[in-house]
Design a protein around this ligand. Structure first.
Ligand SMILES: [Zn+2]
Length: 183
């Protein structure tokens, strides 16, 4: 799996795409709340919630990257979240379900493009693990312990991913600004 750095970066991209459709709720005296930002960050990391159990038990391989990395589980969780938001705010079922599913699904797809054993993307229908035929992320290797030099390589490759993403966002913003100034 990639580290939280890469997952949070992907979540931030979804936040940037979604925020035009959903103004942040404003609380009197406090100002706008970063609700959408927190939701995208939370759902981008949510599939790795099982790593807490792995860390606590010291058996990362056994507990991490199983059922929570299923797209079907992600769909169910996102639908529940969307329903909860609709109940709370009166609308937005499709928006919040879509945002949650985009973040959750992207996490699973990124893990499937990471060097490792693949993800149980269709659990509970099958326990089979799926992996893309190409590798985009070197990922974290906890089996090497906390102090492995390999974590530096993980950090380096993911900082490249962050830089590339920031560059794309910057170029898009610049292009939009140019278009506005011309039109
Ligand atoms: Zn993961």
């Amino acid at each position: 799996m990639p580290s939280p750095i890469a997952h949070l970066t992907a979540g931030y991209v979804i936040y940037r795409m979604a925020r035009r459709h959903e103004p942040e709720p404003v609380v009197k005296g406090i100002g706008p709340l970063p609700g959408l930002l927190l939701v995208t960050a939370g759902f981008s990391l949510l599939p790795d919630v099982d790593s807490v159990v792995g860390l606590l038990t010291g058996d990362f391989g056994r507990y991490h990257n199983n059922a929570t990395h299923s797209l079907l589980v992600g769909t169910a969780v996102s639908l529940l979240f969307g329903a909860g938001m609709k109940r709370w705010r009166g609308d937005g079922f499709r928006f919040w379900t879509g945002v949650a599913l985009a973040c959750y699904g992207l996490h699973v797809l990124m893990d499937a493009a990471t060097w490792g054993r693949g993800v149980m993307a269709l659990w509970p229908l099958t326990d089979n693990r799926f992996r893309f035929p190409f590798i985009l992320f070197y990922g974290l290797h906890w089996s090497q312990g906390w102090l492995s030099i390999r974590h530096l390589w993980t950090l380096f490759t993911e900082l490249l991913f962050v830089l590339g993403t920031v560059l794309v966002i910057f170029l898009r913003l610049n292009r939009r600004r140019l278009r506005k100034s011309k039109g």
